[in-house]
Design a protein around this ligand. Structure first.
Ligand SMILES: O=P(O)(O)O[C@@H]1C[C@H](O)[C@@H](CO)O1
Ligand SMILES: Nc1nc2[nH]cnc2c(=O)[nH]1
Length: 320
């Protein structure tokens, strides 16, 4: 690393996305971070610096690969890979179907940064830690996040293998007071009370539908409401019936905390769910949800998803 000025320049470039936030509560936050083992702003900066020192370009698009969708990262040309265990102070992935590395490379010629493996609450990580890599993306210079996930389809019109573009979410864990932004606000990332009514880029959802139609995927694509539950247990029939009444279309165990963290630091967000199983809302059905099925459906849709995401990435690159 070549000096503080260079570091500041890089970080200012990375973080200057139209919002200049006041630096507040720096000293009191430090105490909280130390006591609660929370990543300080500087700790996130250090991780970003580690990556920036080893990657000769700055992607503006970040992709989070959902369960069974790690092959999105395999599509990158000239990949530069960082296994999570090699990145200082990074958590490690513990779930099958999440390789556990950051991959930088080009998708259809566009520089991107991929999380091939994300962190879930049920792995034992608090939500702020699950979402911390989104802040690293921000510090690296990412302005647009594409979050993907595997989810159970609750909307009866969906089929296994469909793609649900997330138009909104219900933060169920937030209802119980669990939010990735809990604790002192770090104003250098964003405001104390970020709005979430515009969390998902509406124009991009519209564009993605057009892209899907053009690419022959139109019949698979819906837009809907996602919710994240803590997991790792799948849902009971009664829970699913309740979520259906609340207006949920797809149920998963991730994404919401990443989106909240991304919007907090003013990143634009596009997210979709691969419907890997239909939620069972009938007591007489003998089937059971299982992770193998989730991974299998990811594999089946591998080529379509790569194609879809690369078209979206190209569109973004031409319109940012
Ligand atoms: O990482 P995502 O949200 O894609 O993974 C889903 C939720 C659980 O981790 C797993 C269940 O099979 O898939
Ligand atoms: N919570 C939840 N997560 C999933 N991920 C993939 N399928 C499901 C599901 O049915 N429920």
């Amino acid at each position: 690393m070549n000096g503080t000025c260079e570091l500041k320049k890089r970080l200012l470039n990375g973080a200057s996305n139209g919002h200049a936030f006041a630096v507040e509560n720096e000293t009191s936050n430090d105490q909280y971070y130390a006591n609660n083992n929370v990543y300080s702003y500087e700790a996130v900066v250090n991780i970003a610096e580690y990556l920036l020192d080893r990657v000769p370009y700055r992607p503006r698009i970040g992709i989070i690969c959902g369960s069974g969708m790690g092959s999105l990262a395999e599509a990158l040309s000239n990949p530069i890979k960082f296994p999570y265990e090699d990145i200082p102070n990074f958590p490690v992935s513990t779930v099958e179907g999440h390789a556990g590395q950051l991959v930088f490379g080009r998708l259809s010629g566009v520089p991107v940064m991929c999380m091939q493996g994300r962190f879930h609450y049920y792995e034992g990580y608090p939500l702020w830690k699950c979402a911390m890599p989104v802040r690293v993306m921000k510090m690296v210079g990412v302005t647009h996040l594409i979050a993907t996930n595997a989810a159970g389809g609750l909307n009866k019109t969906y089929k296994v293998g469909d793609i649900m573009l997330v138009k909104d979410h219900i933060n169920m864990m937030g209802f119980a007071g669990n939010n990735p932004l809990q604790g002192p606000n770090e104003a250098r990332f964003g405001p104390r009370f970020p709005p979430m009514n515009t969390a998902y880029d509406k124009q991009l959802v519209r564009k993605a539908k057009e892209i899907a139609a053009l690419e022959g995927l139109g019949d698979l694509v819906h837009d809907g409401v996602y919710t994240c539950l803590g997991g790792p247990s799948f849902e009971t029939v009664a829970e699913l019936k309740m979520l259906g009444m609340l207006g949920v279309d797809a149920v998963g165990m991730s994404t919401v905390h990443e989106v909240i963290t991304a919007r907090h630091c003013n990143m634009s967000v596009f997210a979709f769910s691969l419907i890997t199983n239909m939620c069972i809302t009938d007591y007489d059905c003998g089937d059971e949800a299982n992770h193998c099925e989730v991974l299998d459906v990811g594999k089946l849709r591998e080529a379509d998803l790569r194609h879809f995401v690369s078209k979206i990435v190209v569109h973004l690159a031409h319109n940012m």
